[in-house]
Design a protein around this ligand. Structure first.
Ligand code: FAD
Length: 478
């Protein structure tokens, strides 16, 4: 028996209610089948759940949420389960996971408005393909795009490799549809560039990691599909040189510059070992590498000439030590594989302590130098892996244990290492999560680094939308 918020005594008939809503095909109850929804991508987070429910439309999501709320059962929204912060794993075994994987419909595509409206369970790769089908680009691009879903991308405010030019998921969304924690549906699917009618409600749900409601659909921006592309991988002497190179290439290639990534030598070495078939395009090794890409609407080949000119000037200035330009789409893909294989390679390595930080772009070299020095002093022999989106000031700074230290002993020092890295980030005016979110991984960190004023505003919002704390409890906020 349960006592409802109204004081009414209720029986737990959730099984029958959920089955009546989604049918047998929409329920997963067997422990062996629940496993894949309860464990995170890199197996760092494990939870357990009473069921996984797989609705096929917004009305079903609404009915499930209402049924769970009736007897106070926690709800965990889940997309492709590729999140790296433990946001989609239950912290309470009574939880029901609501997987959006059956909600993949294309509701509308309007190339003349440059918008697309899709259900939240559509994978990012399918969304990109739908856009390409009408000769448009949906620019969000992540190594996980074959599995991650639009709802998860919105809920983590995902970034990826083209934020430099197109912005992150927050800036690509024009409207969303949400099921509130009480089961009401808010239809905010507006394809408008301008709307000055008060609070921008959608922005509250974007980046909320499922703690305020369930996103069931979204209207997103589309862009002209580029006709020309130039991609280069270059060896650079230092992060400071990479930053100068970013500005040099941007000055010459203008807004066409859509990706500017940075990788430490050890990251390239790691990916070459972990990913079968991958090879370095260089005969020698360099301390750092940058992957640079520009796209545009001009005649194919034009950007290559501009990129060559920019890189040749950079070589004369000592900013570039060596470089290769992709000659074909296959070569372009193999250069990107070296960068995009980082998450998989580190998963294979297993022992890194992950930081997804951002600082002002101009301060990235300072951040890396300070963090390397502080960790080397506190943990002699530590191997400071670092890669990421230097063009956005976002570095994945994932130190690995010294070669002679047991990874489990190293993992136990996570809090100390986090404090060293995040204190430096805070002093540089940065953020402890640029694109992966807080989830469970950074719960204590957000409590430490957000001001009491900001935290109390967060809590007030949570209470306003979800007073019973049933929507993804134990994530984002303690
Ligand atoms: P999930 O992992 O299922 O969920 C993530 C969070 O969103 C959870 O809190 C969940 O409760 C919530 N959620 C999911 N769906 C909904 C919904 N419909 N409504 C409300 N809440 C919801 N991220 C980047 O930003 N940039 C990268 O470059 C990047 N590269 C990656 C590379 C690899 C190989 C991997 C494995 C991950 C990478 N990620 C990256 C992280 C991850 O892919 C993103 O965070 C992605 O946006 C998560 O989407 P998902 O559908 O898998 O969400």
């Amino acid at each position: 028996m349960f006592i409802a918020p109204t004081g009414e005594m209720l029986t737990d008939d959730l099984d029958e209610r959920l089955r009546a809503i989604v049918g047998i095909e929409g329920m997963i109850e067997r422990e062996t089948e629940l496993e894949r929804y309860c464990v995170s991508f890199d197996s760092t987070f494990r939870g357990s759940a009473r069921y996984v429910v797989r609705p096929s439309c917004t009305a079903q999501v609404s009915a499930i949420v209402a049924a769970c709320r009736r007897i106070g059962v926690p709800i965990v929204p889940q997309g492709g389960n590729t999140g790296l912060a433990g946001g989609a794993q239950p912290t309470d075994p009574r939880s029901v996971i609501i997987s959006l994987e059956r909600m993949q419909a294309l509701r509308d595509i309007d190339p003349r408005n440059d918008t697309v409206t899709v259900e939240a369970g559509m994978t990012l790769a399918s969304l990109q393909a739908h856009a390409a089908g009408v000769d448009r680009l949906f620019p969000l691009s992540l190594a996980s795009e074959g599995s991650c879903q639009v709802g998860g991308n919105l809920s983590t405010s995902a970034g990826g490799t083209q934020v430099l030019r197109y912005g992150n998921m927050r800036s690509l969304a024009l409207g969303i549809e949400v099921v509130f924690p009480d089961g009401r549906v808010w239809d905010g699917l507006r394809g408008l560039r301008k709307d000055s009618t008060g609070y921008d409600l959608k922005q509250l749900f974007i980046g909320a990691e499922g703690t305020l409601g369930i996103i069931t659909a979204a209207t997103l921006r589309l862009f002209p599909r580029p006709r020309d592309v130039a991609t280069a991988l270059v060896g650079v002497p230092s992060p400071a040189a990479a930053l100068d190179l970013l500005h040099l290439t941007r000055a010459q290639l203008g807004e066409g510059l859509n990706a500017f990534e940075l990788m430490r030598r050890e990251c390239l070495q790691w990916v070459l070992v972990a990913l079968p078939g991958s090879t370095s395009p260089f005969a020698e090794e360099y301390p750092w590498y940058s992957l640079i890409e520009a796209t545009g609407q001009g005649e194919p080949g034009g950007l290559r000439t501009s990129m060559e000119r920019a890189l040749s000037e950079a070589m004369d200035k000592g900013l570039v030590l060596d470089g290769v330009l992709a000659n074909s789409e296959a070569q372009r893909r193999s250069l990107w594989a070296l960068r995009e294989g980082q998450a998989e390679a580190q998963k294979a390595g297993g022992a890194g302590i992950k930081h997804d930080v951002s600082v002002p772009v101009s301060r990235v070299p300072e951040f890396i130098a300070l963090a390397d020095a502080a960790l080397a002093k506190a943990f002699p022999g530590i191997r400071p892996f670092a890669f990421g989106h230097i063009g956005d000031g976002n570095i994945h700074y994932n130190p690995m244990p010294p070669a002679d230290v047991d990874p489990r002993a190293f993992a136990e020092r996570r809090e100390e290492i986090n404090r060293v890295v995040h204190d430096i980030v805070a002093n540089l005016g940065g953020s402890i999560s640029a694109e992966h979110g807080i989830g469970q991984l950074r719960l204590s960190e957000i409590a430490h680094y957000k001001s009491p004023t900001e935290l109390s505003a967060f809590r007030a919002l949570k209470k306003a939308f979800d007073p019973e704390n049933l929507m993804n409890p134990g994530k984002l906020l303690t």
